[in-house]
Design a protein around this ligand. Structure first.
Ligand code: F6P
Length: 301
């Protein structure tokens, strides 16, 4: 079986990017491991031994920051869990991440994820998703998997019990198909166009698949090869909730590499400049057919 390392070596991305991706995969192993315990995901709770626990998202953040500090190719990191970007060395690579997406679902045992964007940069201010050299998401569910792009398509890797990530699927493609994951339904009370789009999906026999964590929801679209995930804004929250740098840009690169689309309704997500680290953006992401329809209906609705 092809390992993640074999894949990266064969892909010709070079030793440095290979080393960065392997370090991130090591973080995923450690995060999966810390979730394997009796942790309910919250700060201030106790494990079976009566020890105080840190929130899992903070543990995941510490794991990644520490690992990036050890990697000589990485110079800067930014995390959804930190207010500012942090210098971690002299390396040329910048890694941004959401260490534990959907962390509020840990206590009810639904799937959660980690999201990573890899750039060559000394700062994340002014970058855009198109500058990413690679992006990767990890899903912690019944199994731990990674979806990775080094800009040669998207592959899935499975974490085996011996600690090795092995290639399980390659060249993932997203095309036509009736599946929808509608985030922020609260917007329907203010946006009749979003309500109309929901009606369209319901009347046309689409399958609803929505978990409440963007990472498994979008991973599902790439793995099933069809569907759309939406998280629009509305007047009180015009840019929605999801972060451009930490969530939307890495997901958008993966989706485009699967022949899908990701837009804020006007602009490709990958063309949006990062003006602030916590910048939010509405997002429509999935198969080109479904995203195009959603754009048309939300603009004309
Ligand atoms: O940004 C975190 C997140 O949990 C996403 O993974 C998910 O899609 C979204 O928030 C869910 O938001 P809401 O709380 O509006 O349902």
């Amino acid at each position: 079986m092809k390992t993640l390392l074999n894949y990266l070596e064969e892909s010709g991305v070079g030793e440095e990017l290979t080393h960065v991706v392997i370090s991130l995969a090591d973080c995923v192993k450690k995060i999966a491991d810390s979730m394997d315990k009796s942790h309910d995901g919250k700060a201030g709770s106790q494990n079976v031994f009566g020890e105080e626990q840190l929130a899992l998202d903070l543990i995941a953040n510490e794991i990644i920051v520490y690992e990036m500090e050890q990697n000589k190719h990485v110079g800067i990191v930014a995390s959804e869990e930190m207010e500012e970007e942090k210098s971690v060395g002299e390396g040329e690579y910048g890694v941004c991440f959401d260490p534990l997406d959907g962390s509020s679902l840990v206590d009810v045992n639904l799937s959660v994820g980690s999201i990573f964007g890899i750039y060559k940069t000394k700062t994340f201010f002014g970058v855009r998703g198109d500058n990413q050299l690679a992006s990767m998401i990890a899903v912690y569910g019944p199994k731990t998997t990674i979806l990775l792009t080094v800009r040669h398509g998207v592959c899935e890797f499975l974490l085996r019990s011996d600690g090795e990530f092995v290639l399980t699927r390659e060249n993932l493609q997203v095309g036509p198909g009736k599946m929808f994951a509608p985030g922020n339904l609260r917007a329907c009370s203010k946006r009749k166009d979003y309500l109309k789009l929901l009606d369209f999906w319901a009347e046309n026999n689409y399958t609803l698949r929505y978990s409440g964590a963007m990472t498994p929801d979008v991973a599902q679209i790439m793995l099933k090869g069809k569907g759309i995930f939406t998280y629009p804004g509305y007047d009180e929250q015009p840019d929605g909730k999801l972060r451009l740098l930490y969530e939307c840009a890495p997901m958008a690169l993966l989706m485009e590499e699967c022949s899908g689309m990701a837009t804020d309704g006007n602009l490709r997500i990958l063309q949006k400049d990062v003006e602030s680290l916590s910048q939010r953006t509405p997002i429509l992401i999935g198969s080109s057919e479904e995203v195009q329809r959603a754009m048309d209906m939300l603009q004309n609705g």
